[in-house]
Design a protein around this ligand. Structure first.
Ligand SMILES: Nc1ncnc2c1ncn2[C@@H]1O[C@H](COP(=O)(O)OP(=O)(O)OP(=O)(O)O)[C@@H](O)[C@H]1O
Ligand SMILES: [Mg+2]
Length: 272
């Protein structure tokens, strides 16, 4: 049965989607059969995998309008994906009116769990039933935190939500740890201070991953989308070619950091 990992933080723009994509990619590269579940209506994972707009989506699966087997898209060298779309926004209201609405994602994924070693779920920053669906469906969560002053604020509320979900929905739920992202490797004093305070996260019973994700030029490039049908010039065509996997770039810090992170994560997962 797959190990299921949720990428969560109620703060926006902290690197959840980037971590979900790069983690999936890194796991696939070292031989794990990996599925990425896009559980955010922005559908950024789906866009990077080139399947944004494809139907049915994860929304159809959780609303029991489609079988998950028909939602999975195979064939990307980064891994398989369950695409999302804007329709997922509707689930926020609809799920509160159905019985056991928090368990819909877990139930939807159950039929394909045995086909994968690892399942990674990207989430939306909105707290409430959408986050609860992720917390009910996974074995553990990773909390990406951006290297900036306010990043640690809000963590206690997130940890409280996770612990409530553990008590009410998923008794074996683990917090694998917090991952510092977008660290300026030039080491400005602010970043150095943040890095030091990050090490003190144990006050929230959070393991601070030793691997830090540095700011990388390659990462935003992989998320750039240019139409394949009408490349205007060679440079745009090259951006298109580069879109998707960070491993298409040689020696970039994003690829190095996420590979190191996967190694550390697997040690943490197997440590219990
Ligand atoms: N290591 C990195 N180096 C450079 N840019 C990065 C890095 N990680 C993330 N980014 C950029 O930061 C922005 C926010 O990242 P991302 O979309 O992964 O955050 P998020 O937490 O998923 O946001 P949201 O809450 O809106 O879903 C994106 O533009 C992304 O390209
Ligand atoms: Mg995101």
């Amino acid at each position: 049965m797959a190990i299921k990992i949720g990428i969560v933080n109620q703060k926006g723009g902290v690197g959840k989607t980037t971590t979900a994509i790069c983690l999936t990619d890194a796991l696939t590269r070292i031989g794990y059969k990996t599925l990425l579940v896009d559980f955010a209506p922005q559908a950024n994972c789906s866009s990077t995998f080139g399947v944004k707009g494809k139907e049915p989506t994860v929304y159809d699966a959780i609303m029991k309008r489609a079988n998950i087997v028909d939602v999975v898209v195979k064939g990307n060298d980064m891994g398989d994906i369950v695409p999302s779309g804007e329709d997922l926004k509707m689930a926020l209201c609809e799920l509160v009116n159905v019985k056991a609405g928090e368990n819909r994602l877990r139930t939807a994924l159950a039929p394909i769990e045995d086909q994968y070693d690892m399942i990674v779920i990207d989430s939306d920053p909105t707290p409430g039933i959408m986050l609860d669906n992720v917390l009910a469906a996974v074995d553990g969560v990773i909390i990406p935190m951006k290297a900036e002053n306010y990043s640690i604020e809000g963590i206690s509320s997130l940890v409280k939500d996770i612990n409530e979900a553990k008590a009410e929905l998923n008794p074996d739920l683990r917090i694998y740890g917090a991952l510092l992202t977008m660290l300026d490797e030039k080491g400005t004093s602010t970043h150095t201070k943040i890095s030091e305070s990050f090490d003190n996260l144990s006050q929230y019973n959070l393991y601070p991953f030793k691997t830090r994700i540095r700011l990388s030029k390659a990462i935003p490039s992989t998320q750039t989308w240019v139409s394949i049908d009408q490349p205007k010039n060679y440079s745009e065509h090259r951006i298109l070619e580069a879109k998707g996997s960070i491993y298409k770039y040689d020696n970039n810090s994003g690829a190095v950091d996420y590979s190191n992170f996967v190694r550390e994560l697997m040690e943490v997962i197997t440590s219990e």
